[in-house]
Design a protein around this ligand. Structure first.
Ligand SMILES: NC(=O)N[C@@H](O)C(=O)O
Ligand code: NI
Length: 161
C-alpha cells in the first residue's frame, strides 16, 4: 500500500521543531549601511560541535513530483542550512525522531527566496529542488567523522501536492 504525503507551505511555526526558516518577512531587526539595508539578524541556531562552520555550494539535480521518498538522513554532529541562490521554491522534507528512527515524514514547499536551517540531528530529506537552477549555498559542519546517519524506508512513500 502506497502512502502519499501532501506538501504544505513552509511556515516558521510548523518547522520550529525541526529548524529555522530564513526569510525577510516582516520588519528587519536593524537597518544598516546608512539605512540602505535591512538586516534580519542572527536568524538560525547553528551548531557544529567539535567541527567548524563551512560554506559549500550545491548544484543539485532537479526532481519532479510525485517524489518517491526512500531515504532520510540526519547529521548528529551539526546543523545544516540551505540558502537558495535563486528565488525558486524547493522541497523540504523532515521527520521527528522516535527512539533513534524517523517518525512520520512531513513535506513543505518553501516560498521564493526562503532558506532553511536544519537543527543538529534533525531527520531530513536530501536537497530537493523542483525547478532550475538547483543552486544553493550550504552552511554546515566541517570536521572529523561522517556526521551522517541514513534511514531507508521499506514502505512506499510518495510526496505530492
Ligand atoms: N550530504 C550532503 O552534503 N548533503 C545532504 O546532507 C543533504 O541534506 O542534502
Ligand atoms: Ni543533510
Amino acid at each position: 500500500m502506497t502512502e502519499t504525503i501532501r506538501i504544505r507551505p513552509l511556515t516558521a511555526e510548523a518547522f520550529a521543531p525541526f529548524g529555522d526558516v530564513l526569510d525577510t518577512s516582516g520588519v528587519p531587526d536593524k537597518m544598516i549601511n546608512a539605512g540602505l539595508c535591512g538586516r534580519y539578524h542572527d536568524r538560525a541556531k547553528l551548531d557544529f560541535a567539535d567541527g567548524r562552520a563551512g560554506i559549500s555550494l550545491f548544484h543539485a539535480e532537479l526532481r519532479s513530483l510525485p517524489l518517491i521518498l526512500d531515504l532520510v538522513e540526519r547529521h548528529p554532529d551539526g546543523s545544516q542550512a540551505f540558502l537558495p541562490m535563486s528565488l525558486d521554491p524547493f522541497l523540504v522534507i523532515v521527520a521527528p525522531d522516535q527512539n533513534g528512527q524517523p517518525g512520520q515524514p512531513m513535506a513543505f514547499e518553501t516560498a521564493p527566496g526562503q532558506g532553511v536551517n536544519y537543527h543538529r540531528g534533525t531527520w531530513h530529506g536530501v536537497l530537493t529542488p523542483l525547478t532550475a537552477p538547483g543552486l544553493f549555498a550550504v552552511v554546515d559542519r566541517i570536521g572529523p567523522g561522517a556526521n551522517l546517519e541514513e534511514h531507508r524506508y521499506t514502505r512506499k512513500i510518495l510526496i505530492d501536492r
